[in-house]
Design a protein. Sequence first.
Length: 79
Amino acid sequence: MTERDGTPPDGSRRDALPDTEGRREPGEAPVDGVVLSEEQRRRRRSRSVAIAVVLGALCVLFYVVTIVKLGPAVLIRPL
């Protein structure tokens, strides 16, 4: 059984950092997380850039296909 605020009846807490509520200072290593090597960070960044390029290319492709499907008549119309 838990109290209304989610804590067990004995008052103990389950989170790892009750004082900081999960926050940490910039540059501080994570307490209970995965630390990536420089090679892993470089690979993650290159994957992120590749995904961004593909997403941008898809946006441009959809825009061009939409304009082509509308046809040239969309530009020649009375205003």
